[in-house]
Ligand binder design. Structure first.
Ligand SMILES: Nc1ncnc2c1ncn2[C@@H]1O[C@H](COP(=O)(O)OP(=O)(O)OP(=O)(O)O)[C@@H](O)[C@H]1O
Ligand SMILES: [Mg+2]
Length: 254
């Protein structure tokens, strides 16, 4: 098991100064090379859970086990290593880039900053990474505003893959792309999974998409996991009325 969440809870204070649980008693596991899905409507706590897994938000209580070790409260070098091993791809690719940084510099940043390679070596490495995600090396010299949303998302994915993480979390990574580009990116993720053997967490509000690519799906509602669906026959398996509702809505629109 690469990741295990045990009874994770996280509360926030809302506008009326009341505490509310954004994530409630969540249990989840991710095996090596697996892709699990987290599906639920807007505001149900998916991104909060993703941020907890990435150690960008602290849990109130509960435990996170990474490769069998309790990693709930990491510090210093261990936390840095964890950040390297658990990468996240966000919904809006443009927000990830600074407008004046060329694609090549964005891609090289982690390798040069952490002194993993020299500049020349890094440039060759990231050129190859770009080709891996279906873009030519020419894009290294371009600025983010010269690329489409789908191309930018490929660049973000290239950088993640290049860092060689154990886990990649895709948080609505395809939702702001149009349907045909969305399919291309999903195909890319699928191909990269076969090649690179990372484990992944795919977050979406669209159960039909999750069904296509995930080994197991956690259905989330108001901070809680209400149903866990295993691969194959997800449509037949679904019991919870909320899952059925999600299924109906995604079948209508896709
Ligand atoms: N830092 C924060 N402070 C206060 N409330 C927060 C904070 N982060 C998230 N929330 C609240 O927690 C709830 C869950 O938010 P979250 O972003 O996890 O939902 P989500 O499922 O990712 O939604 P979406 O599909 O729209 O991205 C929401 O009610 C949100 O307003
Ligand atoms: Mg979200």
């Amino acid at each position: 098991m690469i990741l295990e969440l045990n009874n994770i809870n996280k509360s926030f204070i809302n506008n009326d100064k009341q505490s509310f649980a954004a994530v409630k008693n969540v249990n989840m596991h991710l095996g090596k090379g697996e892709c699990i899905g987290i599906v639920g409507e807007s505001g149900c706590g998916k991104s909060t859970l993703a941020r907890i897994i990435c150690h960008l938000t602290y849990v109130d209580n509960g435990n996170i086990f990474f490769k069998g070790r309790n990693s709930t409260r990491l510090k210093g070098k261990e936390l840095k290593d964890y950040y390297k091993n658990v990468q996240m791809v966000f919904q809006d690719p443009l927000s990830t880039f600074s407008p004046r940084m060329k694609i090549g510099d964005y891609l090289m940043e982690p390798f040069v900053n952490f002194k993993i390679m020299g500049k020349k070596e890094a440039r060759k490495y990231v050129g190859d990474l770009l080709e891996n995600v279906g873009l030519s090396k020419e894009y290294l010299n371009r600025y983010p505003n010269e690329l489409s949303g789908g191309q930018l998302q490929r660049v973000v994915i290239a950088r993640c893959i290049g860092i060689n993480p154990e886990i990649i979390i895709f948080d609505e990574a395809t939702s702001c792309l149009d349907v045909s580009i969305q399919n291309q990116i999903l195909k890319l993720i699928f191909e990269l999974r076969q090649k690179s053997n990372f484990s992944s967490i795919f977050i979406t509000h669209d159960l039909a998409i999750a069904e296509n690519i995930c080994d197991r799906i956690y259905v989330m509602k108001s901070g809680e996991i209400v149903e866990v669906l295993e691969e194959n026959n997800i449509v037949r398996e679904a019991q919870h009325p909320y899952t059925k509702l999600l299924l109906e809505s995604s079948l209508v629109f896709s």
